[in-house]
Design a protein. Structure first.
Length: 239
């Protein structure tokens, strides 16, 4: 809500709104969301929402990254995706009136805006174009997730890791596009997180990354990874 909140970001001044669901809303609709939303800044490792809990609204990422994961019966986490600035989280569970099927946890310092359920649903009901855009986004996300899971299930660990590095390179490249920077793209994730994306043991990821480094496909600096030979990773991953 408006006021003394230092993290408050007006929608009409948000630099990632053009990349979000809200880019076509009218001024009055944006003003209404602005009035009712709350903005917050979170440190790395903070959970925004837990798998199995009921959604009270939706989250829109202003800056930073959030890993979306499910916890298996063995207690291991499977990272489904990494959400980036401009993305909206929790809308499918909210609309279907069901618990979150996943957990959202910050990967770095992150700013998000929270829009309460009633205001989001009211905007959805009053703006058919917004509803159509939301439906299209949901279908696209589900289709992409299905394709990725089917494709990855048929690949070896080395192939899955090559594909994951290419996808992460694109994900981390979004920051440069938003900030209009030409800096080199570095993937900044723990080896455990990468293993949870690939679906294998951390030790296996460490070993294969070392092999890729020796083959000069990637460079590393601490936990940061830079893809040097994307075309060769494409070939390895049959991507």
């Amino acid at each position: 809500m408006r006021g003394s909140n230092k993290t408050y970001i007006p929608c009409n001044e948000c630099k990632v709104r053009s990349h979000s669901l809200f880019d076509k809303l009218s001024e009055s609709e944006l003003d209404n969301l602005d009035y009712h939303k709350s903005c917050s800044r979170h440190k790395k490792g903070q959970v925004l929402f837990h798998e199995g809990t009921r959604p009270l609204g939706i989250y829109c990422i202003n800056s930073g990254k959030i890993k979306i994961y499910q916890t298996g019966s063995d207690g291991k986490n499977q990272i489904i995706k990494i959400a980036t600035p401009g993305e909206v989280l929790g809308y499918k569970a909210l609309i279907s009136d069901s618990p979150y099927p996943v957990t959202g946890e910050t990967l770095e310092e992150t700013s998000v805006c929270f829009i309460p359920k009633d205001e989001f649903i009211a905007t959805l009901q009053s703006n058919p174009e917004f509803g159509q855009k939301l439906l299209k986004l949901a279908c696209t996300e589900i289709g992409a997730m299905t394709d990725n899971l089917t494709s990855l299930a048929q690949k070896s660990v080395r192939e899955r890791l090559a594909v994951a590095l290419l996808m992460l390179k694109d994900t981390y490249g979004i920051d440069a596009a938003v900030d209009e920077e030409d800096s080199e793209i570095e993937i900044n994730l723990t080896r455990e997180d990468i293993a949870n994306i690939v679906g294998t043991a951390t030790e296996t990821v460490i070993r294969i990354l070392q092999e890729m480094k020796e083959d000069k496909l990637i460079e590393t600096n601490g936990r940061k990874i830079r893809v040097v030979e994307p075309q060769k990773l494409f070939k390895i991953g049959n991507y």
